[in-house]
Design a protein around this ligand. Structure first.
Ligand code: AMP
Ligand code: ZN
Length: 468
């Protein structure tokens, strides 16, 4: 299995630190608003990476944080006249609802920065002891030049950074030893949340948060660290500097980064007005469509969001879901139980599509090609099944299709989601069938509803139904 590693800028064979296990950390969102569809891309992409490892039999320990202390959260809290905690709690809840809609598997752990301050202070203390950090007037800085490997992830050269760095000096940071040094701890400002520390009241810098939470929940060395490509520099470069200096060992073996999501071929931004939250999209589409759309491109390529591409994703998804529900329908109406020899041969033939799917996913998670393999399977199913097919054959095909779709987090069985109005329409059709003495059709409708968990009761007042 090959994974593109930003560190080496190559696809490398994936070798886990411990056989059969994957330790994975994904930088999560800063929670000051509803998440936007750009934030949804790493969530969907790395959830799919996780699902594929699980499909391959790995035990995945998946940690993803919520950044719940940050300037933007504090600004929003001040605007609304509430606490920063109220803002972050609110948007973590909303984010979890969106993630559920996108069928993101819950993480093994979602640590919150504000609950891990003690560990961050310890890590900063270690860095000071080892000479990698120093304090000036309540601010603690990282001594960037002391870390010899600085720049190895972003492939930046310290001297190039130095010339750009001078211009980037922010007021109040002129006490730094070197313009390249970055903040580990900042002193309290009026109206901001703050914690006690050996350097006075204050709060941690952003980068130290992930170094500490990754260490606490996954250990000093992990297999994969991931996030959007904007995080390569400085966030991930700084995380490496902190973790490797403090722990004295390589931090993450593989660094994975998703490309950016643009809208109508332009960078998504509030000022351009081309900015969508996941919630807004959910008003128009099932979030499964958004998920399918995101996976239609390779995760490292830029992806353009447009109404046209969403419509294409919608119809692609429908093809898969319809094929699966057609199989279910045939199963209910099939009289033959066991597979025939011919069916056995046909089922074997479809293993080619599974191989294509795995080949695509083994090649740095090429979901676009993996989807193409699913479409090939769907086409085969649609042309090699009918009312004479055996139950066993149909069920095996259904399992094969849903297992592959499940790796992509695509739900093929919409059974539970049958709408009240659809149930009532079927009940009316059943009544009509009975009036026409077409009892076979009437029974068929009752069984179809039953297979979807809908129970019918014929009472004197008419037909009543309930969900099982
Ligand atoms: P933030 O809340 O800005 O820290 O972002 C959370 C995650 O979303 C990070 O992994 C970012 O790299 C990622 N991200 C933000 N905007 C986009 C975008 N337009 N396309 C893809 N990923 C994004
Ligand atoms: Zn991070």
């Amino acid at each position: 299995m090959k994974v593109y590693n930003t560190l080496s800028r190559k696809k490398e064979e994936f070798i886990p630190l411990k056989e059969g296990e994957v330790k994975m950390y994904v930088c999560g969102p800063t929670v000051y608003n509803f998440i936007h569809i750009g934030n949804a891309r790493p969530m969907i992409v790395f959830d799919t990476v996780r699902r594929y490892f699980e499909y391959k039999g790995y035990d995945v320990n998946f940690v993803s944080n919520f950044t719940d202390v940050d300037d933007k959260i504090i600004r929003k809290a001040n605007e609304e006249g509430v606490t920063a905690e109220e803002i972050s709690k609110r948007y973590i809840e909303e984010c979890k609802k969106d993630m559920d809609g996108m069928n993101i598997e819950p993480a093994t752990k979602n640590p919150l920065a504000t609950e891990e301050i003690g560990g961050m202070i310890e890590m900063i203390r270690t860095l000071i002891e080892k000479g990698y950090a120093y304090e000036k007037n309540g601010t603690v800085y990282y001594r960037t030049r002391k870390f010899k490997d600085y720049g190895k992830l972003s492939h930046k050269n310290l001297d190039d950074l130095q010339s750009g760095g001078r211009a980037l000096l922010v007021t109040g940071e002129d006490e730094k030893e070197d313009p390249l040094d970055f903040v580990l701890w900042k002193p309290k400002k009026e109206g901001e949340p703050a914690w006690q520390s050996p350097w006075g009241e204050g709060r941690p810098g952003w980068h130290i948060e992930c170094s500490e939470m990754s260490k606490k929940y996954l250990g000093e060395q992990i297999d994969i660290h991931a996030g959007g490509e904007d995080l390569i520099f400085p966030h991930h470069e700084n995380e490496i500097a902190q973790s490797e200096a403090a722990n004295g060992k390589e931090f993450a073996r593989y660094w994975m980064h998703n490309g950016f999501l643009n809208i109508d071929n332009r960078k998504m931004s509030k000022s351009l007005g081309n900015f969508f939250t996941v919630r807004e999209i959910s008003e128009k589409y099932d979030l499964q469509v958004l998920r399918f759309f995101m996976l239609s491109a390779h995760y490292r390529s830029p992806l353009n969001f447009s109404a046209e591409l969403m419509e294409a994703a919608k119809s692609g998804l429908e093809r898969i879901v319809n094929s699966a529900s057609n199989l279910k329908f045939l199963v209910q109406n099939s009289s033959a139980e066991k597979m025939t020899e011919e069916e056995n041969r046909m089922f074997e033939e479809t293993s080619e599509y599974v191989k294509d799917f795995e080949r695509a996913m083994d090649d740095d998670f090429n979901t676009a090609d993996a989807i193409a393999a699913i479409f090939d399977l769907v086409k085969y199913i649609n042309t090699h099944t009918d009312e004479n097919s055996s139950k066993e054959y149909l069920e095996k095909l259904h399992k094969r299709l849903s297992d592959l779709a499940d790796v992509l987090g695509v739900i093929v069985d919409k059974d539970e989601e049958i709408l009240d109005e659809d149930i009532e329409a079927l009940i009316r059709e059943r009544q009509d069938a009975r009036k026409e003495k077409n009892f076979a059709r009437a029974d068929q409708i009752r069984d179809e509803l039953l297979s979807k968990g809908i129970i019918l009761e014929d009472t004197r007042e008419g037909v009543k139904w309930r969900r099982a």
